[in-house]
Every structure is written in structure tokens, then in C-alpha cells.
Design a protein around this ligand. Sequence first.
Ligand code: GLU
Length: 472
Amino acid sequence: MVTQNKKVVTRFAPSPTGFLHIGGARTALFNWLFAKHHNGKFLLRIEDTDRKRSTQEAIDAIFDGMSWLGLHHDGDVVYQYANRERHVEVAQKLLAEGKAYYCYCSAEELEEMRAKARAEGRPIKYDGRWRDRDPSEAPKGVAPVVRFKAPQTGEQVIHDHVQGKVTVANEQLDDMILLRADGSPTYMLSVVVDDHDMGVTHVIRGDDHLTNAFRQAQLIRALGWDLPEYAHIPLIHGTDGAKLSKRHGALGVDAYRDMGFLPSALKNYLLRLGWAHGDDEIISEAQAIEWFGLEGIGKSPARFDFAKLENLNGYYIREVESNDTLVTLIREPVEKQINRALTEQEIALLVNAMDEFKPRAKTLNDLAESTVFLFASRPLALNDKAKKLLNDAARHMLGKLLPRLEQVENWKVPALENEIKSFAENEELKLGKIAQPLRAALTGSNMSPGIFDVLVWLGKQESLERIKDQAQ
Ligand code: GLU
């Protein structure tokens, strides 16, 4: 339990071997929220001890993703590899106290051990053969590893905030390696030492680390340190219940940004992915900080639901306070599509029109895409549905409508509406029979905001030209 006088310190400890995927982002979010809720600290540790697989690119992607999501860490970033001497020092201390020992097993011996265990159907475990052996028996010229002298009786009990009380008998755990033959510290040792040195009080991470927690607990207890509080979160699954893979949306956070998701929406979605506060779905950041607690984390894996994320994103797009902000966000994708910069006038038009566009969009990219027709050059490319709408009869109708529109002097919604409605009456056509082909001609698509608005935004000349392009 969180005591009153102990300041909460959490950490996010990604291994920089790939992008910041959404599972990692959720772990970061939970740690950040927990720290914020308790007015504590949220630290970032880059676990870069795997020198072959760690890359600067991945480190940058982690920084980028976290700052885009607004998950700012406290203090300096801790690089695990930079602490390696300290990790070695702790292993030496355990050696000196008789809590660790040199093991001179050769690769062949270890292989033999594994083969035997397999043949007997036992779990593969180091048999502790150097545990009590005198180092004077050490073979010449063999660089030893340092192993932890793990307790062989008793058990490791962890009161996990998500998993409940979990127990493993010590006899099931073998003497893990602390320092490899080349003297480098292992991951298990580094994590324990860093968490201690960073003053981490709460370890909140994926439940794929639960088995590590027992070994880490053995080590922490041998060192006489306090066990942190643990919360192992069930991993995210896909909608089909299988472990999340790329197919399900296990992409990098950057991919979600590129698809046009807002950080606020992704954060809200990730929060609900494995954590609940009653039936609340839309949760602001301030509410999340106020409400977040480990007791709200679910015990079963949450399912990643892309459609739900999109709906939430649509909501957050509609909630963006100013249309200027929205236009700033979609400017780049719009310009990319039309292959030129927008003019000041066009930007003003977009800001003006935004209220009519945003109710339909689920992503910023959708939103951008839906406005592109305003700036497209003639003749417009037609999508399949627009092509279908523009059949011979429709083109003929547009040919008749054209002179009526040419007469309209005051190119505003009321005058246009009057003219088109009276045209519909004369022709004995329903308004839709006119509006849909007209929309196809003006926008190249079968969907857009109201047709009178579209006419006004495009202006008289451009509207008439676009209609002419399709009329017969
Ligand atoms: N570096 C580990 C990972 O990326 C996390 C270790 C931990 O949280 O203890 O999965």
C-alpha cells in the first residue's frame, strides 16, 4: 500500500530495440498517471544493455512518441548501460557476502544438463554444481560466470496489485547468472539495481515480466532492499482474442500519428484498454489523473478495437476548441495531396468551413482528405460513386441547370437554395436528384457537406466551370 510519507516513484523502462508500440505506450501512460495521481515522480530508463539490438533510432522514437503523447518524465533519462559498473559492484558485494559464486561450467556441461532435463521431462534448470565447490577446483583458462546463490527452500510471495497474491517455490528457480563470462551484468541484475538506485516504489509493467519478478524479488531480498509494489498488467490482445500483433494494430505510436490520430484520443483509448472507472469512456486527462489507481486495472487482457479508437478520435476532433488549430493540424496532409502550398485565402476558407467538415471525420487524415476537393484543379477526378451518379440523364440535367445558376447574382446560400429548388420544381425532380449529381460534379465524390455551402466555398466561377466540365 502507498504510505503517506513515501513519495511515489514510477518508471517506464523500455528496451530500445524497436519503435514505441502501443503496449509500451500504455505502460508508460499507466506509470505516468499513477505518479501524477500521487504527486510523485515518473522516471524514464532506457534499457540499452543489449548493445547489438539497441539503436539510437529506437531511442529517438521512444522520446518522440512520449513527448507527442505528453508523457513527460521527471529528471534525467537513465541509460542502463551507463550504470554497468555499479551493477558489477553489486554482484561483487554479493560474492563477498557469499550470496553469489563463480561458476565454471562449460557450454558442453550446460548442454548436457539441458538434454538430461528434457529427456526426463523436467524444466531446464542449472543444477547448482559450482554452488559449494571450492574455487581451487576451477579449470584453468576458463572465464567463470557469477551466479546468484538463490534460496532453495521457502517461497517468493508477491502481492501484486493486479494479479493478487502470487507465489513461486524457490526450488523452482535456479541460480541465475548475474555477471556473464565477459564480466557484463545481466538484465535481471541491472533492473534490480537500477530500480533500487532510482528509488522506484512502484513497478507497473506488462505481465510478461511476472516470472522475472520472482527472481528479482529473490535478489532484492538477498540485498536487504525493500521490495517495490508490483502491478503486472495483462497484455493487450487483438479483437480476435489472440496476442496483439501488427495485423491487429500493434504499430508504433508514430504510425497512429501518421494515420491522423490525436494524442488526446489515443491516450484516452489506451487508458480504457485495461483500466476502467465505472462505465466512463470519455475521460479527460485531468479526470484520468484524479481517478487513476491500480485497483481499476482489469485482470483479463483487454482487446484492441480499432473502430472504437476511431470513434473516440472523431469525438476528440469535434472537441478541438478552435478551427484554427484543426486547420494547422490538417494543413500538411492537404498540401501533400494537392502538391502545393495553401494560400492565406484558402486557409481562411478552411477555417470558415471547418464546422461543416469536422462532424464526419474519424481521423485528421479523413478530415484533410474530405476538404481537398476545395483546392483541386480541374477537371476533377471522379470517384466510382461520383461516376455512377453522373449518368447521361444527370449530365443532361446539369446542362439545364447551368444557365439558371449563371443568372444568380448574389452567390450565397439563400439565393442558391431558391434557384435550385425552383429548378427542381420546374423539372419535377426531387432535390436529391439534383444535389447528388451536382455534388459529384463539384467535389468528385458522393459525400460532402451541404451542397449550397459547397457552391459558396468554391465561388461562382469555379462552381460553374466544374459543372460545365460534366454537363451535356
Ligand atoms: N525493458 C523491459 C521491456 O521493455 C521492461 C523491464 C521492466 O519494466 O522491468 O519489456
